[in-house]
Ligand binder design. Structure first.
Ligand code: ATP
Length: 892
């Protein structure tokens, strides 16, 4: 028999599981071992060997290898072997870089992989969806993706959208009763939930009947391999630049070779030198270094609790000019405690800390016995009943499982001596209309022991006041007069102005014989009972983060479903709302057209009592004003805005799967300050990429120019091929990687966001590359000329001097690249990786020059001590000449 035809109990028995205890961890482990992970198989990955060989498929490298082969055949064994060795080492470096990039990207994927809530050993636990096994019980709610194929055993207005499997975009209403139709299609199995489909409404529990490739999704998995682009705009731009550089480098190389040959150089030698120059000048390693820099930056972000889901976001982060942030949990701690209760004109206060259920009740500052007051009693009991949270005790600490707002209501009731499970003996809940941010309320239908039936609703007070026509006043139900309505408003404003989050509670009695309710029918004509006000303190680090963002030219906007006055009070405390900015409520926002909103949107820093749907409108308006918008969200209805924002941010703790999938960044700690840290890192990564692009290209310009000028001046080759290749491998490679690890400059959060349209060479970078590269070429040539002095016997020595000057000039220049301003603007030893890279490059250079066994390979001779003065002097010029002009300008 199929699972959909069985009763829930039979499914439990067949799969040897228990609806109250779930699987034991031990059994789950065994099943995991036996049946494997709950994941869809991915396509074949490129093998390591293939990746290694792909390092040599580049055209110029192939030409170089061919040329080397020819030189080997001509008897130049040492040259041939040395060149091949360098090419192979280069290949290894490229291979390791790409492997590292690939690994960190898949580690990222793993980190943002979905989690589910499963019942294990009697406790609901968050586990990785990969570890789900057949027989597990899973709990899901609106916004979740179902982690495996399940047979539903509990549904509360559960609706699931199954278009990925059926193509039908309308959600299906689910139920738990057996389906007896013959051979039903997926769309007909109303008591089943399928892996990868999305809960759009309500909540439910199901028993896992299939995992991994043994799910309905697994059967069509081949069709849905997602191929999301992981390259960033900068990477694409650099790729294009790389293509242009290849052409330019090739043309210049041809020019160098042609002039050399015309000037009477040996054809074979010129050919090999030309090809080596082309290999050195083409920045073939650039894309891999960029990927490594990006992924290392991404790893630093993970340490700061931000997970980048889409690599392009790293760049966009640096351009963000507005952050639209949720309030609850992101700007505040989401640790709620009820401190005030109001009903029918009377106010009580409650003391106690956090979720510990110890505290006293006071009326006009006098301690009272809460159970002696009927209205208070009803407020507390209904607050506990219309509730899905749980308070658990772990050692001496009380923790909450569920929505903190509901947790606070539970704790308030517990302080008065109530207990939810004993209340559930008195009242039986027959139906639930779950909370959603658009309705801003939640309701239950309950039967009491005498058979009477009630609807209990809790939600935003202004919303509840609107749907109530009576009110409980002095223990009696009375028609809601204008005066009473004004009283309620006054009480709401009074609590909200103390930055308290407010929840109202209402109820109505309905006929005991009535059938199932529709939500609209249930949530009207209520009797308003009262309000509970709870504190939710701001996160301590947010105020300074908001300030830092402001200094960085980034505006913070609070967007919240909470009451206008509460939002206003907290925004003021955090420095988000200032004298010059405004508050707008959801109702006003609804009345504004897109263009009208665009006109005022930049003046508003708090949007309150908004629905998730409003967020999209705000994002669009800000974008139309030219902003790069970061937008946070957690619920299913936030997804469109998260998707539309330039940087969509989802909450790691409270976020639904749908919000996470739409996002490009996930905050592991739901904290606003983490967004600021990610932006800072995003800015830094971009600057680091600029740094090494600048270094590599200036080095290449220098290498090409020294050869070109020498040929024009009818001089012999200033560098032999193997020396050029060595510079490319050692001097260019290591320091460039180290620049990718540089720390941010001090002013990184003191300047305005970058314009996303700016090219890589903007802000003077192009000029820096050309001017420094030109000078590096010139000083190398001068060093060569001074040592050569037209004497062919001096040639090898002069080439060694030119080699040393080129290497040293580049190694000094690398410190200049650390700052946009000048080499004097930062402590040169601030980046320990760079210092290490430079020292090892220097040592390797000295080895090549002074170590006898390698001298014949590199065609070098030991340099005389007296010549070092000239080499050091000349190689300092490119960096210090321009550095001093900066100092001179600064002192003026
Ligand atoms: P933010 O959008 O910043 O997260 P928020 O949590 O206040 O703020 P919503 O979750 O949309 O936004 O809540 C809106 C209002 O609905 C709250 O101000 C509160 O009055 C009410 N509310 C919140 N949670 C519940 C709940 N679980 N049950 C009933 N009403 C709730």
């Amino acid at each position: 028999m199929k699972y959909h035809e069985m009763e829930a109990r039979e499914v439990e028995e067949t799969l040897n599981t228990d609806r109250h205890e779930g699987m034991s961890e031990e059994d789950a482990k065994k099943r995991l071992k036996q049946f494997g992970y709950n994941e869809l198989e991915e396509g074949e990955k490129q093998s390591a060997l293939l990746l290694f060989f792909s390092q040599f498929k580049d055209f110029m490298t192939l030409v170089l290898l061919a040329a080397t082969l020819i030189s080997g055949l001509l008897g130049e064994y040492i040259d041939a072997i040395a060149i091949i060795a360098i090419v192979v080492i280069n290949g290894f470096l490229g291979f390791f870089q790409e492997r590292k990039a690939e690994k960190s990207l898949s580690a990222l994927k793993e980190l943002s992989s979905p989690q589910v809530i499963a019942l294990r050993d009697g406790e609901w636990k968050k586990i990785s969806s990969k570890e789900v096994v057949v027989g597990d019980l899973l709990k899901f709610t609106s916004g979740d993706r179902i982690g495996a194929d399940v047979r539903l055993i509990e549904c509360n207005n559960l609706e699931i959208e199954e278009s990925a499997l059926t193509g039908e975009s309308l959600p299906v209403q689910k139920s738990v009763s057996p389906v007896k139709t013959d051979d039903p299609g997926i769309g007909d199995m109303e008591n089943m939930g399928f892996m990868g489909t999305m809960v759009t409404r309500g909540n439910g529990i199901g028993i896992v009947i299939g995992t991994g490739m043994k799910t309905a999704m697994g059967q069509i998995a081949d069709l849905i391999q997602n191929a999301e682009s992981m390259t960033t705009p900068l990477q694409r731009r650099l790729e294009q630049l790389g293509k242009i550089l290849i052409v330019v480098a090739l043309l210049l190389t041809v020019l160098v070779v042609a002039i050399g040959v015309l000037q009477g150089q040996e054809l074979y030698m010129m050919f090999l030198a030309g090809v080596s120059l082309a290999v050195a000048a083409i920045p073939e390693g650039l894309p891999a270094i960029v990927t490594v820099a990006l992924s290392l930056g991404v790893q630093r972000m993970i340490k700061q609790k931000a997970i980048v889901r889409k690599l392009p976001a790293v760049e966009t982060l640096g351009c963000a000019s507005v952050i639209c942030s949720d309030k609850t949990g992101t700007l505040t701690q989401n640790k709620m405690t009820v401190t005030h209760i109001w009903s029918g004109g009377t106010e009580w206060t409650v003391d106690g800390i956090g979720y510990t259920p110890n505290g006293e009740f006071y009326k006009r500052e006098k301690k009272i016995e809460p159970k002696s007051d009927k209205a208070l009693q009803q407020m507390l009991m209904f607050g506990m009943l219309c509730n899905n949270a749980e308070i658990k005790q772990k050692e001496s600490e009380y923790i909450i499982d569920g929505d903190p707002t509901e947790g606070a209501l539970l704790v308030a009731g517990m302080k008065a001596g109530y207990n939810r499970s004993s209340l559930l003996h008195q009242f039986q809940i027959t139906e639930e209309f779950p909370f959603d941010s658009t309705r801003k309320m939640m309701s239950i239908v309950v039967n009491d022991q005498t058979g009477r039936r009630f609807i209990v609703t809790k939600g935003a007070p202004d919303v509840l006041a609107n749907i109530s026509d009576t009110i409980l006043w002095n223990g009696k139900r009375q028609i809601m007069s204008k005066e009473m309505s004004a009283n309620i408003n006054e009480a709401i404003n009074d609590l909200a102005s103390q930055a308290l989050r407010t929840i109202a509670i209402g109820y109505k009695e309905v006929s005991a014989g009535a059938g199932k309710f529709d939500e609209k029918e249930a949530e009207k004509n209520l009797t308003f009972i009262g309000l509970q006000g709870m504190i939710d303190p701001p996160r301590t680090e947010v105020k300074s983060a908001v300030k830092e963002c402001k200094e960085a030219g980034i505006k913070t906007i609070m967007i919240t479903g909470d009451h206008v006055v509460t939002a206003q009070a907290i925004a003021k405390q955090l420095g988000i709302l200032t004298k010059s900015s405004k508050v707008m409520d959801g109702r006003t926002l609804s009345t504004l057209g897109t263009e009208e909103l665009e006109e005022v949107v930049e003046d508003v820093s708090v949007f309150a009592r908004v629905s998730p749907e409003h967020k999209l409108k705000i994002v669009k308006a800000l974008q139309n004003r030219g902003h790069i918008v970061a937008m946070t969200g957690d619920g299913i209805n936030d997804a469109p805005a998260i998707k539309a924002a330039d940087i969509g941010i989802a909450m790691g703790i409270t976020g639904t799967d749908v919000a996470k999938e739409a996002s490009s960044l996930i905050l592991l700690d739901d904290n606003f300050a983490t967004i600021k840290s990610a932006i800072k890192e995003g800015r830094n990564i971009y600057e680091n990429i600029r740094k090494f692009v600048r270094y590599l290209l200036a080095s290449n310009v220098g290498e090409i120019l020294v050869m070109l000028f020498a040929m024009i001046m009818a001089l012999p080759l200033p560098l032999v091929p193997i020396q050029i290749l060595w510079v490319n491998l050692v001097t260019d490679g290591l320091p460039a990687m180290a620049l990718g690890l540089d720390r941010p400059e001090e002013n990184v959060m003191k300047r305005s966001p970058r314009n996303p349209k700016e090219g890589i060479f903007s802000r003077g970078l192009g000029w820096k590359v050309v001017s420094r590269g030109f000078l590096i070429g010139i000083v190398t040539l001068l060093a060569f000329i001074f040592s050569y002095q037209g004497n062919p016997e001096q040639l090898a020595y002069a080439q060694t001097v030119a080699f040393a000057t080129l290497v040293l000039a580049q190694l000094i220049h690398v410190f200049d690249c650390r700052s946009e301003k000048s080499v004097f603007a930062r402590n040169p030893f601030g980046n320990k990786y760079l210092v290490g890279a430079v020292i090892s490059s220097l040592l390797l250079m000295l080895a090549v020059i002074y170590w006898e066994p390698v001298q014949p390979i590199f065609h070098t001779l030991p340099i005389k001590a007296s010549d070092w003065l000239m080499i050091i002097g000349l190689s300092s010029v490119p960096t210090f000449l321009l550095g001093f002009t900066y100092l001179a300008r600064k002192t003026k």
